[in-house]
Structures are given as C-alpha cells and as structure tokens.
Unconditional design. Sequence first.
Length: 464
Amino acid sequence: MSAAHSSAVRGFIMACAFAMGACALLSASGVPETNWPDYGGGADSSKYVALDQITKANVAKLKVAWTYPTGDESAYQFNPVIVDGVMYLLAKNSSLIAIDAATGRERWIHANLRGIARRGINYWESKDRSDRRLIFMLNNTLQAINARNGESILSFESKPDHQSRRPSMNRRTFLFRSSALAVTAWVAPSASFAASKAGDRIAMGTVLFRYRFKQTRPSSFTPPGSDLTLLDVPQYYRDRFGLSKVEFWSNHFESLDKSYLDTVKAKLRAAGSTLINVQVDASYNLASADDVQRRESLATAKQWIDAATHLGSTAVRINPGNGPIEHSIASLKEVNAYAKGRGLPLLTENHFGIEMDPDVHLRLRKEAGPENFHTLPDFGNYSDEARFSALEKILPYAWLISAKVVDFNERMEHISYDFDACVRLSEKSGFKGVYSVEQWSRKEQNIDYEKVADWLLDHVRATI
C-alpha cells in the first residue's frame, strides 16, 4: 500500500467514526437507528444515512478526529460496522479489531483472519443483548466471535438459534442472506470442505529438510539432495508437493536484514505461498532468573516477531524457556502484547522447556494471555507414556499442530508411535486448523526425506 493509499484508508476510517457518531441510520421499517450493524448499513443494505449534525452548511468544516494505522501494506476492501459506539474493522495482517468510534482507541484485536469475506461482517445479538456476536465468512466457513472481547465462539456450529432483534436466523438463513459466495458454501459444503482437507489444512516446515540446509546439516553428513535455502522453499514445496503453506525454522534464516526479508517475501509471493508460522529457536531464555539475560531474550523475541510480521506470517512460535515460571509468565505477557500489537498470534509448543508439563503450559497461556496466546501441540515431543494424555490437555487451545514423525525402518514404516492416532485425537478435540508436517530424530537417518514428506501428506490427508 502506498503512503497515499494508507492515508486514504485511515481517513476513511476516521470519516466513518465522525459521521456515524453524528447521524442516525433509517432502518427498513423507517425507524431511525444509531448503529450500522451490517454490510451496507443494515439488513436491506440501503446505504442510506439520515444526517443530523452534518449538513451542506458545515460539511466543508469537518476535521480529522483521529487516525488508525493499518500496520501493514494490505489494501483492505472491508466495510466496518458500528454498534453502540464501537467500530469493528480489519487491519494489522487481516486482524479484526474493535476500536472506540469516538476516540479511535483500540479495545481488542482478534489476530489473523486471512480469508475473511471482503465485504465485511454482520452483527447479531440476542433479545436481551446478553449474547452479542460478529458473524463472518472465513475460507468458506461461517464463524462467530464475541463482540465484547473478540474471543472465538467455538460452540457456534451446534448452538441453537436465539431470539433476536431480527427474525430467527439460523446458519442456513444467514448464509442465504449474506452473499452468493455464502450460498455456494452452504449448498455444497462437502465440496468446499474436501478442498480444505486436501490443501488448506496441510503445511510443511523446513525442519523436515534440515540436512539440505547448510546451517543445520552435520558436517559429516552427505546432503540427501541439492542444497536448499528459504528462497527455494516456497516454489519447491508447491511444485514437488502441491503445498502453498510453509513454515520456516529460525535456524534457516540467513539474516534478519530488511533487504533479505524482502527477497524471501517476494519468493513467497511469486509462488503464491503463505507463511503460516516462524519457529523461533534462537539463543534466548524468557524464564531466566538473570534479569539481564531475560531482557536480552525479550529483545530477541521481539526482533523475530518483527521479522515474522514483515514476512506476512500468520503466527510466530516463541519458547517459554527454562527457569522460574513467574519469570516466564512476565516475559510472555510482554511478548504477547508485542505480538498482539502487530496482529500476530503467539504460539507456544511443547518444546523441552517448562511447558513440557501440560498443566504448566496451560497456566502460561492463561496468565500471559489467554487472548492471542495459543498452543502448538507437537506429536513427537512428549514421552510415550505421556503423549496422548498430554496432547489431550493442550489440543483444545491449538492454533497450529506440528504433525511430527521421528524414526522409520528400512521399509519406510514409522516405528516411533501411532502417528495416525495423534491426528485422530486432534480431530476429535475439535481442531479445524492446519497440520504442519515435519520429521525430527536424534539419529542421523540416511533416508529419502521426500518420501518421508509423501508419507506424512498421505497419512494426514487420509485421516482428516
């Protein structure tokens, strides 16, 4: 987005705030309303506003009341809605944001809704106004979040219809009233869901091909194929595996300089790929008892968050560290606030720190979040004894899953644990997100890692 375009977007948001605070909208029944709850103003999409304070005599005297920077380079085509003086808009890496329409002050942010319907959202409330929701299409699925705090309403699909200020509106009715795209999604849900299973719900991390990266290949190991860099990955994954979602490991970055990141971003764009996550394993410890080390670790985490944001990643994984849990919570609070301010969900994986205890993991999320703070369950990192019980605890809060395998025998059979059972458990828990496939073993296995990737893709596709 150019500076002029960005300014125009911010000016549009400002103008809406001023106008909607100063006028009344006529509903289809002719009764004036003070809200703009739907695309086009209301259920009839009349786009008609009955001005009260703004007239021909004073319109030329309007001045900027406030601005809200989008925080990225996207050109948003999104109709904000306003209810009870709160404006709901899209900015910061396709995050849905609630701001005070009078002051521009941010109230909450629901990060990374890439794929949200361009025309906007609809507001719904129960008759007693105790239940207030924002309803929208996201990647051919109907979703809802709490209009008060921005949290997802996970029971939306099965929850019965409530009495409302409008006629009864179940999911089918809403889809037919919203848009032609929504009608298509409802009439043929199996087709769209099958497409989602086959492509949209699978990604691949660079960890799987770590022996082809110079930075992570043991000196004694013969590379199983040509060398790879992050610049090669997006097109390679698309051409060889048909994948458009990639996950980068921090150890595979050659630099965090803007020029290098710009080149990586251009390669992602050229391949039509999405960076779903950056796994940050640099030298840092957010739970350190040494205050100097902890502050340095915070600076490192923020630097990586900036890099992930610049690349357009949909999330970033930061490790809680090893040390006093209170130090980790304090650090993660600061890191989460920093990530949230950039529209980036914060993920924590069961990755050999204090979070390896699933109860501690959930405490970290609760006390350093829980808003914008999610788990990233890794199938391979728990012991055999704890694997399924531990995964069962953290799966309900998962944003992304690391679908990891470990060791294979000479017949290319996975021998470490029941991988398919892990996927089934994830689906049973209600997980509807992306599985990022990878392999890691303490052994240096001389195997064909493209075949490992094929095995992973086949097994995830067959199970979800």
